[in-house]
Design a protein around this ligand. Structure first.
Ligand SMILES: [Zn+2]
Length: 209
């Protein structure tokens, strides 16, 4: 992943260098035109060309800044982080006797990438018929990742026991349907998750090894 980033970065730097060279050439031509022509069509065309090249440079720079930003976000997620989160997850699976396979994965949330409750997404769960996926934001430090895992594992447990069903248009929790536009704070499975996430069964500190 990092190697791809570096290669892309080098390509972008080369592109910027080429663009700057082009601008320099164009400005040179431009000066020559200024001497020989006087408000001609050619002169206007040259102006447009220079504007276009500058626009390309600005776009490339924006892309580079974006790449640095996501590289920074992805940087802390080391193999040791995955191991630490997996150990935490496995311990909860054992204690809560969760039967459905659970996979923990990182994801990159871009700044301002918020859910419909307009808060940055720290983690979420995806349900498939045979596996449950817990996604954790790469923007968090390891302690925060464990906090998010605790919360999401309560949802995993709710789904595994059949108490929670995630539908396209809402949730079914203990036999009651809650439509997708129900305020977050009113969702009973969220209330339960916030209550149980700090229980020692879900906490990382109570896990040995
Ligand atoms: Zn939740």
């Amino acid at each position: 992943m990092l190697t791809i980033m570096i290669v892309l970065f080098v390509i972008l730097i080369v592109l910027v260098a080429i663009a700057f060279r082009m601008i320099r050439e164009q400005i040179k031509d431009h000066r020559r035109l200024e001497v020989t022509y006087d408000g001609s069509l050619e002169y206007d065309k040259m102006n447009e060309k220079i504007k276009g090249t500058w626009l390309a440079v600005v776009i490339i720079i924006i892309l580079m800044v974006g790449m640095c930003d996501s590289a920074k976000a992805g940087q802390p997620f080391r193999r040791s982080y995955q191991k630490s989160l997996d150990a935490h997850k496995d311990a909860i699976v054992e204690r809560m006797m969760i039967k459905t396979p659970v996979v923990v994965r990182p994801f990159v949330s871009t700044k301002g990438h918020a859910n419909r409750y307009s808060r940055e997404i720290r983690g979420y769960m995806v349900t498939t018929p045979d596996t449950l996926y817990v996604y954790i934001s790469l923007r968090l430090d390891l302690d925060e990742m464990h906090d998010v895992l605790q919360h999401e594992m309560v949802h995993v447990w709710q789904v595994d026991t059949g108490e929670l069903r995630v539908l396209r248009n809402g949730w079914v929790f203990r036999g009651n349907f809650y439509p997708i536009d129900t305020p977050y704070a009113e969702l009973p499975h969220e209330k339960e998750a916030f209550m149980l996430e700090s229980n020692r069964i879900f906490r990382k500190e109570s896990i040995h090894g």
